[in-house]
Write a protein of this length. Sequence first.
Length: 94
Amino acid sequence: MAGRYDREFKLEADTLKADAMETVRDIYDRMGCPMVLVGMPGLGRKLSRHAQLYSRIGFVNEFSTLSFEEMCRVLPMIEEGSSERWTGKTGSWR
């Protein structure tokens, strides 16, 4: 039943228990719907303990804290819906 989707699930994954993570994996397997799992630092390690789910994760990205100058640049872009993106740990824009 996998198909193309114009939306994705966004989940705050920090609080998910093992059975909920298995449900997330099952939804992904059955529907093929893209998912974005968001959480605090260390979430990647937590997810890696669930091999069946972790094997389906395309990438893990940890964001660093933005400086005041970076925030002044980011906030207007968010409001405008800019396609310019922050690359995270590398500290650069693309």
